[in-house]
Write a protein that binds this ligand. Structure first.
Ligand code: KG4
Ligand code: ZN
Length: 331
């Protein structure tokens, strides 16, 4: 079964063709980062306008790359939430139009289900499993008994981890999106700043606003004293705390639940410090870890095609009245 998948929930216009949920035939990702960089973050109105300009080009390109035509496609999958409403609507309208004109089933996909199923493109995941979801909008530990069964064990009480990365980046003078650059700097610096380990308790919940505030306060205090903070050392100190608590709570979940896989999902899964720490800890404890390839950690349509296949198999087919949802629980 060939699924043409569309993702446009934030600032990437992406289209992919995926075979049977597991094999990538072609993917095109058009990022708007260079435009939004000038504003220090994603400007929703600009994002939706750029999706409008690019969506048909990206669809054509993905088909061309796959050497396929619309008649070869069996279904259309699309991210319908959560995300920026204007951005989501552009991808959704394109998907509905294709489904209507070519008479194909329309498969609605939750963005985070997509991030989770990106792992199937590495290797078919085995259930039950624990998923650590770490993105710009989510930080959650999820137990999956089987395909498309999501039981939330815990999540962030305030900022998402990617959000904290982007805010800390701004404080230490790194342009949007700061995550990848903070990660790079962290490997060049030393852990010299005395930052707290956030929400170090027995729950599966996370909290990153206290850690973020500690970075901001330290930077301000140093400035008032006429000192500069060392960006690399701050990046290293911050990243060490984040990775430590993410790994600690994930290992606790793996201890409490008998699972076959640990999978990681979302943009922050691209973080080298986190990848290294989880790999090491999982080797030590005999846990089968799967992490998506770097290019499938941040937003892309391949993951939507991968999730879409299993959504279709359980009967998730939408009518043309499907609407985009800025806020959408995972179920
Ligand atoms: O999954 P994603 O592309 O979009 C959302 O669904 O939110 O995640 C984007 C987030 C941004 O906050 C970005 O700074 C962060 O992922 N990110 C990283 C890294 N690469 C991307 N954070 C830390 N280290 C990285 N290497
Ligand atoms: Zn995402």
């Amino acid at each position: 079964m060939y699924i043409l998948a569309i993702e446009s929930s934030c600032d990437e216009t992406s289209v992919s063709i995926i075979k049977d949920g597991l094999e990538e035939i072609s993917t095109v990702i058009l990022s708007q980062i260079d435009t939004h960089k000038d504003y220090g973050g994603v400007v929703p109105e600009i994002a939706s306008r750029m999706h409008v300009e690019n969506i048909t080009i990206v669809i054509d390109e993905a088909l061309k790359k796959a050497n396929m035509e619309m008649k070869d496609i069996d279904a259309i999958a699309v991210t319908y939430g959560p995300g920026l409403i204007g951005s989501l609507l552009v991808g959704l309208m394109a998907a509905k139009t294709l489904a209507f004109i070519y008479n194909k089933p329309l498969i609605p996909v939750h963005h985070i289900a997509g991030h989770i199923y990106a792992n199937n493109l590495v290797k078919r995941v085995e259930f039950p499993l624990i998923a650590l979801v770490v993105s710009g909008g989510h930080t959650e530990l999820i137990y999956m008994k089987e395909d498309y069964s999501f039981e939330k064990l815990g999540g962030t009480l305030d900022d998402a981890v990617g959000e904290a990365y982007d805010k800390v980046a701004r404080v230490i003078g790194i342009p949007y999106p700061g995550g990848p650059m903070v990660d790079k700097l962290a490997h060049e610096g030393s852990d010299v700043y005395n930052l707290p380990l956030p929400l170090d308790d027995d729950s599966y919940n996370f909290s990153f606003s206290g850690l973020k505030s500690a970075v901001i306060n330290l930077a301000h205090n140093e400035k008032q004293r006429g000192n500069e903070i060392n960006s690399a050392n701050m990046a290293c100190s911050f990243q060490n705390r984040v990775v430590k608590i993410l790994v600690k709570k994930t290992m606790k979940a793996l201890n409490d639940y008998d699972v076959k896989n640990l999978i990681v999902a979302g943009g922050v899964a691209a973080n080298k410090g986190l990848r290294e720490a989880l790999t090491k800890e999982c080797e030590k404890n005999g846990v089968n870890l799967i992490i998506p390839k770097m290019k499938y950690c941040t937003d892309n349509a391949a993951m939507i095609g991968a999730a879409g296949y299993y959504a279709y198999k359980r009967g998730d087919i939408a009518g043309l009245d499907l609407n985009a949802k800025a806020v959408l629980p995972l179920k």
